[in-house]
Design a protein around this ligand. Sequence first.
Ligand code: PAF
Length: 282
Amino acid sequence: MQIIRHPAEMTAWAKEQAKAGRRIGLVPTMGFFHEGHISLMRRAGQLADQVAVSLFVNPTQFGPQEDLAAYPRDFERDCAMAEAAGVTALFAPEAAEMYPAGFSTTVTVGAELTGHLCGASRPGHFAGVATVVCKLFSIVRPDLAVFGEKDFQQLAVIRRMNADLNLGVEIVTHPIVREADGLAMSSRNTYLAPQQREAALSLSRALALARKMAAAGERSAERLTAALLDFIHAFPETAVDYISFVHQDSLQPAVEIDSQTVLALAVQIGGKVRLIDNGLVL
Ligand code: PAF
């Protein structure tokens, strides 16, 4: 596996692959790999000849009060895991290489996709994500890019940007990978104190409850939301950021749920750890 630090070198690598007729699959990440990341790398390996992973904790997608400095990092471990997963190029630039002095461009996807859900409590987050992913697509020039479905709003934003800017990258998605107890895997799970683990399960259990109620015939998003709010708040140290039933593509709120409705959840655990989860309800 080649470790590449500079955008120009990464693009040179990409051009070599293209010249040799090899398809590139990109997995954009912020590192601190877990089985969720590894499954994205394996998926890219099934679909492309070369797997490139970007490892960049992107400062522009963190708010001033967020966890940029504390975000978990372990470069040596990540390299070993990526190599074992068949990655051929690991792109790990410094922030100054991605955002050199004078950098002045932001990619902003419209408020209908970015103004609610995580976008409401994390202003500027999706502009940071869209900008860095656009840059990664330009630098790595992948044929396809694989993203996890846990970041469901991010996925909608990236699809829109990719289509609107004619970037031509095939966007491949991969289902949420969960711990044995149902907790969606996330690098941020390492922030959870042992006693907060039970509270963290409130998200996947709320999803299961919504599915059970829907299977029993409940279709009202309002009644489901009220039931889930009570259910999650019964767990200690939980504060609901949002519980939303939205259309899986448009992300617009559903009044009555149907087979296209996704339940999206964000919950603060212990005032510090913000976890998200989502899934189709019916
Ligand atoms: O999902 C993530 O890890 C990040 O938002 C991404 C897509 C790598 C952009 O920094």
